[in-house]
Write a protein that binds this ligand. Structure first.
Ligand code: TPP
Length: 295
């Protein structure tokens, strides 16, 4: 991370836009927005020193509730556009924000390959366990049997255990936090941005309008800070176990981190010793001769 700090006394309002938030009262996106601004400020990053990429969805509307370099992409595609940006210019920290609908259905392939490629981005999953913006359809993370707008008698499809799925891909950083604990979310986001490689941050979010099962009160009662209880985040097997088993309590905090993680670009032999960035190497190429072959 290029962490040059900017002027003294910078504050979260440096990131604040004048646009009104239109999320429902009690929406977990408010907590995520607050924690993101705090984390960036505490990391010493000015709005022009970081790239924020947003998927389509309720959470994606965060893109005009903040200042800074923001890119609001297509539904399910935020991980691919963020990964491309991080490859083009590795000097700028890149954060990607996506919903569970987007990233475990439309864009699940991008998630798989970003984890295994270990692209150097922070991915924040706004996990409200439903498709919020399109009014409460069941997503792949909605528990089977829940009554949703697409399934008034209860969803009949199997639920993806997202943590088991992600751990099966051999990630280098996995964290979980919840929208009611802004301090913890801030610390988790800071650790994620500082990680070298793909950081997976699952934010369990209250969605009072459509998610009647994992409410703010439910999450408040079930979530515990695994790091405060001495969890060893370098132990992959233990991390996977506490991440997957949420039957009694839900472990939050940095659950797994491989501190020896080598991100994708640093693994590429052909890039070793090269000082320029891919973004500097773009040039205009005359393809007129090539086109003649096809005309
Ligand atoms: C490829 C594609 N599929 C579907 C849609 C319609 N769509 C827009 S937002 C949305 C729901 C978003 O749900 P999620 O990704 O979980 O984010 P949330 O709104 O819950 O934050 C859907 C289905 C779309 N715009 N593009």
């Amino acid at each position: 991370m290029n962490s040059s700090s900017f002027k003294d006394g910078h504050v979260t309002s440096d990131y604040s836009s004048d646009n009104l938030c239109t999320w429902c009262d009690g929406c977990g996106n408010y907590g995520a927005l607050g924690a993101t601004k705090r984390a960036l400020v505490e990391l010493g990053l000015a709005p022009h020193q970081v790239l924020l990429c947003f998927d389509v969805g309720c959470h994606g509307n965060m893109s005009d509730k903040m200042l800074g370099y923001r890119f609001h992409g297509l539904h399910g595609r935020v991980i691919s556009l963020a990964s491309g940006a991080a490859l083009a210019n590795p000097d700028i920290p890149v954060l990607a924000f996506g919903g569970d609908g987007a990233c475990f259905s439309e864009g699940v392939g991008h998630l798989v390959h970003a984890v295994r490629s270990n692209y150097n981005i922070t991915f924040v999953l706004h996990n409200n366990a439903n498709y919020g913006l399109t009014t409460g359809q069941a997503s792949a993370l909605t528990p089977r049997g829940e009554k949703m707008n697409t399934a008034p008698q209860g969803s009949v499809e199997e639920t993806i255990n997202s943590m088991d799925f992600v751990f099966s891909l051999k990630p280098t950083f996995v964290a979980r936090t919840f929208s009611g604990d802004i301090r913890q979310m801030t610390d988790v986001l800071k650790a994620a941005v500082n990680h070298r490689g793909f950081s997976y941050v699952d934010v369990l979010q209250a969605c009072p309008t459509y998610n009647k099962f994992a409410t703010h009160e439910y999450l408040l009662e079930k979530c515990y800070d695994a790091n405060a209880e001495g969890h060893d985040s370098s132990n992959f097997e233990v991390a996977r176990k506490i991440a997957v088993d949420t039957s009694e309590r839900i472990a939050t905090g940095v659950l797994y981190q491989n501190k020896e993680s080598v991100p994708f670009l640093d693994r590429i032999e052909a890039r070793k010793g090269i000082k320029t960035r891919l973004v500097d190497e773009v040039e205009t190429v005359d393809v007129s001769e090539l086109i003649k072959i096809f005309t």
